[in-house]
Design a binder for this molecule. Structure first.
Ligand SMILES: Cc1ncc(COP(=O)(O)O)c(C=O)c1O
Length: 334
């Protein structure tokens, strides 16, 4: 039905899929499972490496020796790119949103440690980051380097393959465990993980619905972004799938004060999961999505209207992000 594009083997996969036995006891007849993509590596842990296996493979096919990418100062994607660049002997240039902080904490510290060159772009000028990237590509060319520009989160028609491949892995997990989950839940930020899961679900014939909790923007944004990326993907790779029919289900209402700003309920969820299950979530992505998922499951238990009716087995994709906890230590109540 389709041919896989070039892919590097960089992630530690397959990642485990395990039940949260103690935490799930609060619900009758419902088990929350975790797909442990926080274990795709140690320093490159998380979802981004799955996308970068395809994005960097394409960059190498195109003869690039330099990777340019962009994101927030605490971007997990930028950290993963910086480290994979060091692993593969490629030069990495990051364009980060905002001012240079006084202290390089969390992900940013690892970016510097891995030797990435970093430019900061003030928030007001952030919309120009693709132009800054194009300018840098020209500059590198003049210096004898070919640079590939990977967009925010590697969320484009190439990076989308990362979570299509993850769906093939999930299918195998479900077969091994004799499990038929009702929902696959994930945090969505730049849309590539959600988009990959949606396409992968269709290609692999998974029954579980894909439900994403947005940590920024709104459902309309993800509808447009993902349908656009999937349309480009279908054209580029000649995939026979009617993108218009795919359901893009984004559960709103859990962004809280804003992107990378979490309310006390998210910090409480992170603390509870760390203590109850030794599962470490982060305040920007996984903590918000997990809190959203549990809130929707509790609504179902109380007979209220919910985004997750009839849930019996739910798979939460842990997309990593642990390094993002450290710059937010002040949010914890201990
Ligand atoms: C830890 C973590 N989880 C989830 C996401 C969301 O993934 P995506 O950008 O593909 O929507 C990101 C990145 O944005 C992330 O860093």
């Amino acid at each position: 039905m389709f041919e896989w594009p070039p892919k590097l083997q960089l992630a530690q996969t397959p990642t485990p899929l395990t039940p949260l036995e103690r935490f799930s006891k609060q619900f009758d007849d419902l088990t929350i499972w975790v797909k442990h993509d926080e274990l795709t590596g140690m320093e490159v842990s998380g979802n981004k490496i799955r996308k970068l296996e395809f994005s960097i493979a394409q960059a190498l096919e195109d003869g690039c020796d330099t990777l340019i990418t962009c994101g927030g100062v605490q971007s997990n994607h930028c950290r993963a790119t910086a480290i994979l660049g060091a692993r593969l002997g490629l030069k990495v240039r990051l364009i980060l949103r905002g001012e240079k902080p006084d202290v390089a904490d969390g992900n940013l510290m690892l970016d510097y440690l891995a030797g990435a060159e970093i430019s900061y772009l003030p928030v007001k000028q952030w919309s120009t980051h693709p132009d800054v990237g194009a300018q840098l590509q020209k500059q590198y060319l003049a210096e004898g380097h070919k640079a590939c520009f990977i967009p925010v989160g590697a969320s484009d028609e190439i990076g989308i393959w990362g979570y299509i491949a993850a769906c093939a892995e999930l299918k195998q997990d479900f077969e091994n465990l004799g499990l038929e989950p009702d929902y696959i839940v994930v945090a969505t930020g730049s849309g590539g993980t959600q988009g990959g899961l949606i396409a992968g679900r269709a290609l692999m014939g998974l029954k579980a619905r894909i439900l994403a909790f947005n940590v920024c923007d709104d459902a309309g944004y993800f509808e447009r972004k993902i349908r656009g990326d999937l349309t480009l993907w279908r054209k580029r790779y000649g995939i026979e799938l009617d993108v218009r029919e795919l359901e893009i289900d984004t559960a709103e209402g859990y962004v809280g004060p804003g992107y990378a700003l979490a309310g006390p309920e998210v910090f409480a969820t992170i603390t509870e999961l760390a203590r109850c299950e030794a599962l470490f979530l982060d305040p920007v992505y996984t903590g918000k999505a997990f809190h959203g998922m549990v809130s929707e499951l509790q609504k179902a238990r109380q007979g209220q209207q919910t985004r997750m009716p009839g849930a019996k087995n739910v798979v939460f994709i842990h997309t990593g992000g642990l390094f993002g906890v450290f710059p937010q230590k002040k949010g914890f109540d201990f």
